[in-house]
Design a protein around this ligand. Structure first.
Ligand code: PLP
Length: 405
């Protein structure tokens, strides 16, 4: 077990059950578990294996290196990677039998060159910008790229396997752009199929669309956040409303507990001053570990990120520092150095959640979990079905591989 005074405990049983829940939300589609960004901070390889055990038949990664790391670990399911810049190791991706996205004309040239160099047939997913205004072929670029792709397909260099896109407002299912993008997507699919391509998978839905918009499930859904048990639509419902369980619990051990008088300034710039005689606790984890500095607290004006100590809730008092922050445990506290501080977890038992941290920091839960620092050990529980997920004695402690990216 690592001696680091904090850890992210990741329940792989929750990952498996979240994938099963997502598959039930999209019964006509396959599930691609999106494991980019080191599995949203949970650890690429353990999460990927758990997602496959839960029924995911595809894994999705933004970066080529992440996709290659999945193959190097022996994962044999379908893998798609999509965020490439010139210099992407396309030949290695083809050797590793990874499906590749083409989101720009240069990328098609790179795929064809790599296919010729390796003698492999690339599986290509044409990405269309249906209105996100980010990566992807504009609809007016699609015909020429499609034409070139079908010529390369005729010579055996590639197979046009998929057409896909991504929403701008999936988390607001009623937003007019959602319908508009779905229409542009349907047009793109018609164009590609009309040109003679036999598509294996058409895919459009991220977590929010998987949970709220069955009309866009198509053949494959691509949930990321929901795999980790967080709600992509917190304004519509928490994880429980969708049958999801947050997989990560972030906790630390109290470094110091001490009594201070009322009127005592706390941490840099004394953003917090103790209202009365009280007991302060020092939590040895800070913004270098991913605790957002924007969740600093200056009660009563501005509550900081929530924590639970000894069954009671309190919050960050004063500035979050690089390696530590302070909590006000209250005048009657009996907590001691070494006691466990929970920053966030399942929330099922009234504990603090990543969503609450997101609100305290003015961000989204995606950022809270993906930014948990590389130096925070990931500890995996629930590796086998039936085992008590919270049985720490059976925990397999492992420093995260740190992601491949
Ligand atoms: C990250 C990502 C996803 C997953 O999004 P979530 O909102 O986390 O479900 C799906 N598709 C693409 C293209 C992505 O970049």
């Amino acid at each position: 077990m690592s001696r680091y005074p904090a850890r992210a405990v990741v329940d792989l049983g929750a990952i498996r059950s979240n994938v099963r829940a997502l598959a039930a939300h999209a019964p006509t589609a396959q599930v691609m578990a999106v494991v980019k960004a080191d599995g949203y901070g949970h650890g690429l390889l353990p999460v990927a294996r758990a997602a496959v055990d839960g029924g995911a038949t595809w894994l999705g990664a933004a970066q080529a290196d992440e996709a290659l790391a999945l193959r190097a670990d022996g994962l044999t399911c379908r893998v798609l990677t999509w965020l490439h810049a010139p210099g992407v190791p396309m030949e290695a991706l083809l050797h590793a039998d990874v499906d590749v996205a083409v989101a720009a004309p240069w990328a098609l040239d790179a795929v064809v060159a790599a296919a010729r160099a390796t003698g492999r047939t690339a599986r290509v997913h044409l990405k269309v910008d249906t209105g996100l205004g980010r990566n992807g072929l504009m609809p007016d670029q699609l015909p020429a790229v499609l034409d070139a792709a079908l010529r390369a397909q005729a010579e055996g260099a590639l197979q046009v396997t998929g057409v896909w896109s991504h929403f701008a407002f999936a988390d607001e299912p009623e937003h007019p752009t959602v319908r508009r993008q779905a229409e542009v997507f349907a047009d793109a699919v018609r164009l590609v199929e009309g040109a003679g391509a036999t598509l294996e998978v058409r895919h459009l839905a991220n977590s929010a669309a998987t949970l709220t918009n069955p009309s866009v499930h198509y053949d494959l859904v691509r949930p990321g956040l929901a795999i980790y048990g967080l709600s992509p639509v917190p304004q519509l419902g928490g994880p429980g409303a969708y049958g999801l369980t947050p997989a990560m619990t972030l906790e630390a051990d109290l470094a110091t507990v001490k009594r201070v008088p009322g009127g005592h300034g706390v941490s840099y710039a004394h953003a917090y001053t103790t209202p009365t005689d009280t007991v302060l606790g020092v939590v040895p984890i800070g913004y270098a570990d991913g605790v957002p500095r924007h969740a600093s607290g200056s009660l009563p004006q501005r509550p900081g990120g929530p924590v639970r100590v000894g069954g009671r809730r309190t919050a960050v008092a004063g500035r979050v520092c690089m390696d530590q922050f302070v909590v006000d445990l209250g005048p009657d506290a009996r907590d001691a150095a070494g006691d466990r501080v929970e920053l966030f977890g399942t929330g099922a038992d009234g504990g603090p959640t990543a969503e609450e941290w997101a609100q305290a920091a003015g961000t989204i839960s995606y950022e809270i979990v993906t930014r948990v620092g590389a130096r925070v050990p990931r500890v995996y529980v629930g590796e086998r079905d039936g085992g008590p997920a919270d049985d720490r004695a059976g925990a397999v402690a492992a420093q995260s591989a740190g992601g491949a990216a």
